[in-house]
Design a binder for this molecule. Structure first.
Ligand SMILES: *[C@@H]1O[C@H](CO)[C@@H](O)[C@H](O)[C@H]1NC(C)=O
Ligand SMILES: *[C@@H]1O[C@H](CO)[C@@H](O)[C@H](O)[C@H]1NC(C)=O
Ligand SMILES: *[C@@H]1O[C@H](CO)[C@@H](O)[C@H](O)[C@H]1NC(C)=O
Length: 200
């Protein structure tokens, strides 16, 4: 019985520390149109007997930043999926957008960015804008293995990534991931040490 209060305090410390760790992971809401598109694109790939694209967090980040650049532009027949190849808008601040996502030209240059504008992001139209436009050639390309999707207002942006060092969108992020898990580990170990001292 002597252990009980100590034990429950320990439990409380552990539980609250996990709660703190969980709070640090942002919960994403309102991703329905992105999820729909993700699933739709992978169904399309499956119908062509191609492997599913896996979600790439850094490509997600870049897609969001690009969607953000588009958000005040109206949908016209010269934007998004309707763009004539070679006339895509170029952002002079593209390197900054990359940097915001801890990416560099070198690890993204084989990737591809595909913006589309669909009023209200109606999901069937959104999917058709990728699978029934020139973009379908990219979706049908075996070199792409990963995908990131971002949206803002009427704009939705798909970024495709490869599994090569020049298109995997990875290097910096894996450092960041390692850092987060290291901090998490140190934190847990400190708690365990504290708990041991407390219990002894
Ligand atoms: C866009 O639409 C306008 C008017 O509807 C038309 O004149 C123009 O040729 C179209 N542009 C393209 C690239 O389809
Ligand atoms: C893309 O979306 C637009 C709405 O912005 C729609 O009018 C157009 O038909 C769609 N394109 C394709 C190829 O489905
Ligand atoms: C996909 O690519 C293959 C081989 O490159 C080609 O034969 C096929 O027609 C393409 N399918 C579509 C829907 O683009």
């Amino acid at each position: 019985m002597v252990f009980l209060p100590k034990f429950s305090l320990l439990l409380w410390i552990l539980l609250s520390s996990y709660a703190i760790l969980l709070i640090n992971y942002p919960v994403k809401c309102g991703n329905d149109e992105k999820d729909d598109l993700y699933q739709g694109i992978n169904k399309y790939r499956a119908s062509l007997s191609l492997k599913s694209l896996t979600k790439n967090k850094n490509a997600d980040c870049l897609a969001d930043k690009i969607a953000d650049q588009f958000k005040n532009q109206p949908c016209t027949n010269t934007t998004g999926a309707n763009t004539v190849p070679g006339t895509e808008p170029q952002f002079s601040n593209y390197p900054n957008l990359l940097a915001k996502c801890h990416l560099a030209i070198s690890d993204t240059k084989d990737g591809t960015v595909m913006p589309a504008c669909v009023p209200g992001l109606a999901s069937s139209l959104v999917l058709a804008n990728f699978t029934k436009s020139l973009y379908s050639e990219n979706l049908n390309d075996t070199q792409f293995t990963g995908i990131g999707i971002g949206s803002e207002d009427n704009w939705i942006v798909v970024v495709l990534t490869t599994d090569t060092p020049t298109g995997n969108f990875a290097p910096y992020s894996s450092d960041a991931q390692n850092l987060i898990s290291k901090v998490g580990m140190i934190y847990s170990s400190m708690l365990l040490i504290a708990a041991n001292i407390f219990l002894s």
